[in-house]
Design a protein around this ligand. Structure first.
Ligand SMILES: [Zn+2]
Length: 56
């Protein structure tokens, strides 16, 4: 199961063209809790969300 940029939706415009954003110092800390920064390619909104990658 993967909850990543591939199947994530922008909370601003609803676009699915979302990619992982660059991590800053705070984001390195948040990544311990599986929270990663994303950015929408359409409206350039930056947001954070769970990023879970489980290999079954
Ligand atoms: Zn958007």
């Amino acid at each position: 199961m993967i909850i990543g940029p591939e199947n994530r939706q922008c909370p601003g415009c609803g676009s699915k063209r979302v990619r992982l954003s660059h991590r800053r110092r705070l984001d390195l800390l948040l990544s311990l809790f599986l929270v990663r920064p994303f950015r929408c390619r359409d409206c350039y909104l930056r947001f954070r969300g769970l990023y879970i990658r489980l290999v079954l």
